[in-house]
Design a protein. Sequence first.
Length: 494
Amino acid sequence: MPLNPARSAQPGNVFDVREVGRVTTVKEFIVEAEGLPSCLNGQKVEFENGDVGMVMGFSESKVKILGFGNKSELHAGDQVYSRGEPFHTPVGDAFLGRIITSLGKPFDEREAPQADNSFPIFKDAPGVMDRKPLSDPLETGLRIIDAAFPLAKGQRQLIIGDQMTGKTSIITDTILNQKGKNVICIYCAIGQSRSSFLKVLRLLREKGAMDYTVVYAGIASVPLGEQYLAPYSACALAEYFASKGRDVFVAFDDLGKHAWAYRQLSLLLQRSPGREAYPGDIFYIHSQLLERAGKFVSDLGGGTISFFPVVATIQGDITGYIQTNLISITDGQIYLNTNLFQKGFRPAIDFGLSVSRIGNRAQTEALREMSGKLRLEYLQFQELQRMTTMKADLSDSAEQRLRRGELMNQLFVQPNTKPSPLAEQLLFLYGLRSGILEQKPQDWLRFRDNVFAWMRQHYPGILEEIGAKKKWDDALKQNVDEAFKRFFSPGGAA
């Protein structure tokens, strides 16, 4: 009898209406079954041993199912059941601070978190009328990003670069910087080695970030189907929090390995391979995910979902298939340059290839005023630096621009796990903009390393004023100038 989804089993119903099929073949984690005529793509099915699966395709007479259990426990002849339900994942506030799988099961050897609800893994992205313009800043704590490539809550910013150039460090620093800012963070690891995954977990725990963070473990050691589902499960949990009016930051580390997982699934499903053996819908699986980010109207809860997808390049080639797909979907990219990284310029962000398409609309007026021409000036410095390998016979203006560029270099260099508060960033930028650092270049490193702590000790009121005001007025500038004069005076910073 055909399934009527409206009569699916609910509390208090007498009958459990479901279709019953039978497994015909099991190939790795792909199961073929017959006898499920009403199934649709993406629906949930259950096997008689209690494991679950998801419908992934069809042949003339059979249903192809992605199994999420132990493949050794699935056999031809087993029964498989469908109630016509789309695949859901459990969600709830209890997931904060937990490490879970893409199926919502605990990965941290603790009891399963208590779910408040369940959200669909796959859904249509909200339409234009369900969204608001992006305007609220997402502060990463990285001076080079917040000043030159400002990001907004609800933005999708791609992190791209070769292996071992600091992509994950940008994510972890951004998570650490959300402490006390009422932002929920979700870190979704996809295809990572267990050692790399544990290193990130150790950092988040040591810095106290797990209180507001959820970690999805789609690492290389879990079944391939769970690696494929991990980013969609993370997105569903983010949508749950956004529906309650919360701001959510989600990092997918990385979507290149997610594409590899989907390619393997597709080949096992006997789908025709295309460019680089990827299936024809490889663009769609990422676009349907990343389009679910945004800032939503009050009818949808009024929250925001920000995405940081990560993808690796090979020898700096950003023209790869998956890389260009993701660049076209996102609202900008942060490109990490291997040469800059090896020279000690970290974060090794390439100013020429990086961009934020939201731009300074997401900055506070004070930060916009201080950093308005910073990116252009730095690009001009880099061009001048390439043209003048020898500093002999340079004009005074060229030498001044080189000195200023070197100061910007020092400003942008920042150690890992030490996000910079907004007030500190504004102090640095004002020192650069006012010209006082160019007059005392020998004191720049002392200024960078000590001025914020010194101001917090001697002028806490000025720091509060910097954080509270939307823009720099003449009175604030005068107070900061007086503080800087004292700092640079002999014995002032002692």
